[in-house]
Design a protein. Sequence first.
Lengths: 439, 273, 307
Amino acid sequence: MKQSHLRLAFAAMAGLLAAGTAHADITLTIATVNNGDMVVMQKLSPEFEKQHPDIHLRWVVLEENVLRQRVTTDIATHAGQFDIVTVGNYEVPIWAKQNWLEPIDNLPASYDLNDLLKPVRDGLTYQDKLYGLPFYAESAMTYYRTDLFEKAGLKMPEQPTYAQIREFADKVTDKNNQIYGICLRGKPGWGENMAYVTTLVHTFGGQWFDMSWKPKIDSPEWKQAVAYYSDILKKDGPPGATSNGFNENLALFASGHCGMWIDATVAAGLLYDKKQSQVADKVGFAALPTGDFTGGPTWLWSWNLSISASSKQKDAAKTFITWATSKDYIRLVAKENGWVAVPPGTRQSTYENPEYKKVAPFAGFVEKAIETANPNGSTREPRPYHGGQFVDIPEFQGIGTQVGQTIAGTLTGQTTVDQALRAAQSATERVMRQAGYMK
Amino acid sequence: MKQSLAQRVLIAVLGWGVALVLFFPIFWMVLTSFKTEGAAIATPPELFFKPTLASYAEVQERANYVLFALNSVVISVGGTLLALAFAIPAAYAMAFHPTHRTRGTLLWMLSTKMLPPVGVLVPIYLMFRTLGLLDTRTGLIAIYALMNLPIVVWMLFTFFKEVPHDILEAGRMDGARVWGEVWFLLLPLTLPGVASTGLLSLILCWNEAFWSLNLTSSGAAPLTTFIASFSSPEGLFFAKLSAASTIAVAPILIFGWLSQRQLVRGLTFGAVK
Amino acid sequence: MASASSSTAVAERAARETIVGSRTPSMLPLMAPSVIVLLLWMIVPLVMTLWFSFEYYNLLNPATTGFAGLDNYRYLVTDPDFWASLINTLVLVGSVLVITVVLGTLLAVLYDQPFPGRGVARLLAVAPFFVMPTVSALIWKNLMMHPIYGIIGFLTRVVGLAPVDWFAEYPMLSVIIIVSWEWLPFALLILLTAVQSLDHEQREAARMDGAGPIAQFFFITLPHLRRAISVVIMIETIFLLTVFAEIFVTTAGGPGNATTNLAFLIYARALLQFDVGGASAGGVVAIVLANVVAFFLVRSIAQRLEV
């Protein structure tokens, strides 16, 4: 029985191999993340292949963490498996410094480099050279249920403070009916819960490291921020908060379980879409809440297409990424899937477009959030690093995830806030010393 | 053995109860794959709903299932055959011509399998890069064979030991040389055992998710990579994930069910008697 | 009874050794290629790992180079989570072994009894072993154990209890449940075949002597299963020591370090930062741990293994 199966398998394989040998001139291998916008880009790639018949595209689509590990391993060992890599504004400056990415210049005038939103563009520039083209950017904002607020007689101001948020959450929570006043990221990870907590810490006046790279996790500002976070989630948050990342909270809000949600601006389009959200007509928007310190770095994340320095097809790669982040591409997406589905956050022209503003009433909020994200700005005390919701050093992935774990422990009551912060502080000091930042 | 009716009912209830409980998560996954994303996260979970193939359509649109499945088949079968090719002579040597070092070597081989792949990712990646094996089926076949070699050798060793010496002695007297001994005498005798070892190796190769993710990109990627692209995207994904998982698991599940008898027979023959 | 079989075993072994003596020289050229390739394949990654463990080598920071001596090891062993990870590894391996072997034995006896539809029931019970660990973990995390969307949560709500947040309140137990679910079919399969090969005449004889089902189980079935149980334990231990995918997908080692085993610790401390030296040191430590475990295992079941 096994023998005949084997023979069949070999025959099938031989047949398929013979069939698929029609050869392409250039094949680009693109590593990308599995979010909605990239899925759309993959679907629209035949358009590109039509315009450039000598370029074929091969897609490697992976979940974010796996993608990052896979691509970093490849790029750092100069293995050249990928021509185009999808990276965040966290990786771009770090990799540019190592000369792992190809600088992008001589873009056609029609590309209109100045149309890119400034904070996004700055995040991809290293020593005055551009190393990535953004196809998606986000900041953060507050979402809330207009009907629940009305029922509780509350009004959400355009710029709420965290004190107000706590008030609202307490009033809106109705655990017996599975309504939770506030949903926040609790899943441990440098890009999950720590993205939010970092933003919180910044607006409470804190920071990750002082100018001599000593971690400041045991500072009073951190304690205030983490205590606030832990208290509000314990009292008004959903169960299983430590398993909830962006996706899970999106599902919770879209299925009607959250009163408020503070998270990435990209959720706005999804929550507003009647096909994916049960509360599409009951969603309200407000700016990211503030603490004591305003005007500091908040939240900016962009997914960008960059060219690997070990690619053997850099010109073709540049052609593709220019196409994929151009105004034409955005218009193409609008034509195929409607303006509500265009990749947000990258170009001013998108936000000035009346068609877009019609289907995305939250557009103004999102643009303002990105413009004021200030990722390179200063925290209350001077800081040696950049980033709104992350720290732009390579060690941050490990540190952020480790600290994220200890903070998640406060939500389950495993540790107190003090214990968690002390453990996080000493763990981070260890890493910084081993990596050579601290003496 | 005569049993009372009550006993028989109890046994049937327990037997089926356990089976259903163990199978339930798989059943639920397959069920969810036929729901829309909205229905997949409905609370309370729906048992009866209007089934749709939308998730399967979306999954197929996004990733070419056939390519991944084909890679999985080629790599699993190749890895198994390669492992067997090297293991059979080695197990033969250890079973029929043991030295005082045999036991130590065997145990040392098993212990090397306990090296966590995360610890050795970068050296292997560098090696593969140098040898030009990245994103090739050959590379994966080689590393899977290496991974499974200790277990395959050990299982074959225990099967071979069960073969009575007089049969092989008789063959030797008849003038059979070593290879003849192995091919015409030993293997037919132990075929069920070899087959079940091969089946175990096949399952392990099919489900291996670390090397297959890290050493392939677009050409040689098997089904485990296919799953990785659905595992935690933005937006709702339970139904699509279930659909992708169902078609990724189905081939090996069906194959395993069909050859279960073989596996049982093989194991009965040898190590576990 | 015991002495008779052992003396024949001794005689057999003596006979084998003489054959060995007369055949070994001509064996070597034949066996050598495969054994050499075997050893080579195993040695090369090991040597590379050992080499890197003594170097400073960080992929993201090519500036860090140089001989590290034992520094990578020191850094790993002084990690506050190191001992916790060792304990977690042993707890995970031990618990899953106990659950799968005990339940596997009981279920093997159960499935040995005839009942209508036994073949189909057995197929269903065996299915979890064929599912990818990543997929298993995703199913359990999202469709079963999730306090809001999961089936278990639904059932507890139906009964009127508050749903349990499995991965937050009982993280280690949750991981143990998932891994046991994956491996129970394997144990069941192997133990079932062993039970089925049990001589029925022996059982009949015991029953005639007045032994009840419980006594039969302990004095006839169980001793017969010893070899099979040791096979199950050996193979499962090998895989359980390096469980990674399930933890990565569900708890990511937490909360805190509650589910961080050694493999995951290596990932979180070294791989995430692309500290190749550190990861290699972790790999070597894992092998040492595995050898220690194997030593104790072999000591307790070696005689039954008859290597």
